[in-house]
Design a protein around this ligand. Sequence first.
Ligand code: GAP
Length: 556
Amino acid sequence: MAFIVKKNINGNDYYYLRESKRQGDKVISKCLAYLGKSRGEAQKKADEIIKNLGKNKKDSGVMEEKKENVFASTAISIEDMAAFCRRKGFVYRSGDIYGGLSGFWDFGNLGVELKNNLKREWWKYHVYSREDVVGIDGSIITSPKVWESSGHVASFVDVAVVCKKCGFKTKIDKHELGKVKCEKCGAEYENKGEFNPMFTTQVGPVKEDSIISYLRPETAQLIFADFKFVQENARMKLPFGIAQVGKAFRNEISPRDFLFRCREFEQMEIEYFVNPEEACPYEIGETEILVYDACMQKENKEMQKMKFKEAFQKGIIKTKWHAYWLEQEYLWFISLGANPGKFRIRQHMSDEKSHYALDTWDLEYEFPFGWKELQGMANRGDYDLQQHMKYSKKDLSIFDEEKKKKIVPHVVCEPSQGVERALLVFLFDAYYEDKERNNIILKLHPKLSPIKAAVFPIVKKPEFEKIAENVMKLLKQEWYVVYDRSGSIGRRYARNDEIGTPYCITIDGDSIKNKDVTIRDRDTTKQIRVKISDLKNTLRKLIEGEIEFEKAGKVL
Ligand code: GAP
């Protein structure tokens, strides 16, 4: 069944096509495409998509409109977001009691849950839901030869500069030398020379016998180095991808903007390998996005809104693979509740690309401090596998049974995402100061919410507390849930709204008689009554978005 869904974001209506499919006893929903801003346009596009999918209206179910409850988020600065995260237990400065260390952050009891949920959702979307991607977990420190072969030792360099007037220190890309002015006061920069942002470390306790290696600056190289093992062990056939989530380190000259630019961070990366002679078999959807290619930037033109498909057909995005992955990555953010109006794709200028890239597009987000890179998607060609073959003298090619020849796969696209930047996106789009409720409501998607439910006995009496403790026992096998018995019910709701808990479960007088509880929805404050025996299943369906709140129980 396909639905047209209307979301109201910052006062504007946006239409999407969402599909719900029953799989066993579950209903799986996913966003198929962005349909535009008007109902008429949305219906036209939806009809077209369904026709293209080879289905007629009857097969895909009645098209109907559901209104989703999406509040506008409240714009706050990055400093205010950092203060909120610290106050609520999401993120602290690392080593804060000693004054902290610039570029390093610790995640508190809520931050660790949010981060783990985000990584889990990324893994489910990119690995479990596809048959062409498998994962690895490489080590942080590896043979330094990996970094010599990849070009990171020689070419992974930034230029350190200091403002001649205000003394502001930062790094710029080589191509920006002489072109950019101080971002604080507009004066000229003084070139302080090139530096390599890789952290070095001594491996081995005795200095004379030890070797110098590096903390990995990207997770990607371990995928290339392990490529042949994984391809053989997982019996992967081209095209296929290898995914990895893990820590990366860069000795940034000027870490700033809270989690945006850190020295220790996490990446979620895929290297997607293809036979360069074979076309992309996947369809590009009808999603629209703001596009800002190298030409528009050079000629100082406005970015343009267009479909990913159109950008590929017009030759703006050079390969279908690149257009396909850019759309997939954008849709991942939207499927978890990010604001579609704040994304664009931007092509790197020719002198901006990394040493390994043939063409690079970034997925960018409009942060309070401007449009910034959220995710880099480079076409790395066969650069990395060729380099590792040359330096290791190992054959990393694949034998093509059909054509009876060896091929070195190309990485047509490398979706490379920083966990911390994604986390900021979801926090900014969820943060809402509700004037009526006089409270912050953190409208995180329930899949991302650190605490899935808070359980309250309405009064501190043993008969209520006994049921509440049993409900806790039931739910905590599966999720991070909390038990809260202090303060008024209103205060307890507000406390949980502020940290994004989507559901509050109350045990009251009727619970004793009827063996049921009240579930209250964070965003609408609506309440339903659910039997305790159905509670776990109902909560699971609500978190996964498989059921509407008002259909999940008896509405009060
Ligand atoms: N393997 C390709 C690669 O590492 P990149 O553009 O240098 O490409 C990919 O990094 C992503 O990693 C960025 O889009 C960003 O989300 C994240 N990232 C990079 N440097 C970061 C930093 N200093 N702090 C936080 N995230 C960072």
